[in-house]
Design a protein around this ligand. Structure first.
Ligand code: TRP
Length: 322
C-alpha cells in the first residue's frame, strides 16, 4: 500500500474549516493508504512560545482525530517531537538544501514582506517538513494548495541527496486537495484562524449557537428573496445537511419570507446534529489525558521504529555514526 503522510500544526483550536478541508478528506484517504498522521508540534514552535498552550493544542489535535474516527491501530498517529530521528534527519537534509531555495519559500517571503522578525526556525521550516516526510518514505503528502511548494522543496532535497548517495530517499508527491469550495468563516472570507472568523469544531452547544448567530448577513428584510448561494450561512449549511434539506432551505430563502435568523437556526441544528457525538467522544478523551497520552506514546514508539529503519542507511551513506 502506498504511504500517505500529513502533519497538522497544533497552533489553535481545530475549526469547521479544518474539518471539511482536512480531517474528513484525510480520514477518507486513510482507507486506501498506509496513512501516517502526525502532530507537527515543533513546527508550531516557530510561532507559539507558550509550552502549556502548545501541549494543550497537541492534545486537542490528537483527541480531534480520535473523535472523528481515526483508528490508531490502522493509522499511525503520533507527535513529531516523539520522533528524534526527524530532527536528526532535518540537520542532514539542511546540508543538501540550497539557501536560494529557502529564500524563495512563500512562508518565509511573506514573513519578510510583513517585516516580521524571522527566526532561523521559520527560515528552515521547509527542511524540517522534508524530514517529516522523508523519514517515513511517504509517497503522497495530502496538503492544501498553500503547502504544495513545501512538498516540491522536499522532492528536490530528496533528489539531491540521492544524486550523491544513490537511491535512498523516496521523493514524494503532493496530493493537492481540490478545494471543493472554500469554507467561509463568520465574515464570508475563508475560515481561518488568522482572520479570527472561525467556528470551533467542538464548542459546547451554547457557544456554537452564539458563533453561528454571529455569521454576517445582509439586511434584506424577511419578506424579500435572498441569494442563498452567496451567503456563508447557506454555504456552510450545505456541508452539514442532506441534499434535500439543502435544496429545501435554498428554495425557501430564494422565495422570500424566510429570514436569516431562521436559516442560522437551521445551520446550528445541522452542525449540532452532526458534531454532538464526536464532541462527546472528544470530551471523553480530553478528560482522560492519561489514556490519550498512552495512545500517543504507542504511536510514537511505532513511529520511531519506522523512522529508525530509514535512518540507518542514511547515516551509513553520509558516514555518520557507527
Ligand atoms: N506545514 C504544514 C502546515 O502548515 C504542516 C506540516 C508539517 C506538514 N510537516 C508536514 C504537512 C509534513 C505535510 C507533511 O499545514
Amino acid at each position: 500500500m502506498p504511504i500517505a503522510l500529513t502533519g497538522i500544526k497544533p497552533s489553535g483550536q481545530p475549526h469547521l474549516g479544518n474539518l471539511l478541508g482536512m480531517f474528513r478528506p484525510a480520514l477518507e484517504l486513510a482507507r486506501q493508504y498506509d496513512a501516517l498522521y502526525f502532530i507537527a508540534d515543533y513546527h508550531a514552535l516557530t510561532t507559539l512560545h507558550d509550552g502549556k498552550a502548545l501541549r494543550a493544542y497537541s492534545d486537542e489535535v490528537a483527541a480531534t482525530w480520535l473523535a472523528l474516527g481515526l483508528d490508531p491501530e490502522r493509522t499511525l498517529l503520533y507527535r513529531q517531537s516523539d520522533v528524534p530521528q526527524v530532527m536528526e534527519l532535518s540537520w542532514i537534509l539542511s546540508c543538501f538544501t540550497a539557501k536560494g531555495v529557502l529564500d524563495r519559500a512563500h512562508a518565509y517571503k511573506d514573513a519578510v514582506a510583513q517585516e516580521r522578525e524571522v527566526s532561523a526556525g521559520t527560515y528552515t521550516y521547509p527542511v524540517l517538513m522534508s524530514a517529516d516526510i522523508l523519514a517515513f518514505d511517504a509517497n503522497f503528502v495530502p496538503v492544501g494548495k498553500d503547502q504544495k511548494q513545501h512538498v516540491e522543496i522536499c522532492r528536490d532535497i530528496a533528489l539531491r541527496f540521492n544524486h550523491t548517495y544513490g537511491d535512498i530517499l523516496v521523493p514524494p508527491e503532493p496530493l493537492i486537495r481540490e478545494e471543493v469550495q472554500t469554507i467561509p468563516g463568520l465574515d464570508g472570507r475563508k475560515m481561518s484562524k488568522s482572520y479570527n472568523n472561525t467556528i470551533p469544531l467542538f464548542a459546547p452547544t451554547a457557544a456554537l449557537r452564539k458563533r453561528v448567530m454571529q455569521i454576517q448577513t445582509d439586511s434584506t428584510p424577511v419578506e424579500a428573496p435572498k441569494d442563498a448561494d452567496a451567503s456563508p450561512v447557506f454555504q456552510l449549511f450545505r456541508h452539514f445537511a442532506s441534499a434535500e434539506e439543502a435544496a429545501d432551505l435554498r428554495a425557501r430563502l430564494m422565495a422570500g419570507g424566510t429570514g436569516w435568523a431562521v436559516a442560522k437556526d437551521a445551520l446550528f441544528q445541522a452542525i449540532e446534529r452532526s458534531l454532538a457525538e464526536p464532541r462527546r467522544i472528544f470530551t471523553t478523551w480530553m478528560e482522560d489525558r492519561d489514556r490519550l497520552h498512552r495512545v500517543l506514546a504507542a504511536g510514537g514508539e511505532r513511529a520511531r521504529a519506522r523512522a529508525e529503519r530509514r535512518m540507518r542507511p542514511v547515516r551509513r551513506a553520509v558516514g555518520a555514526g557507527a
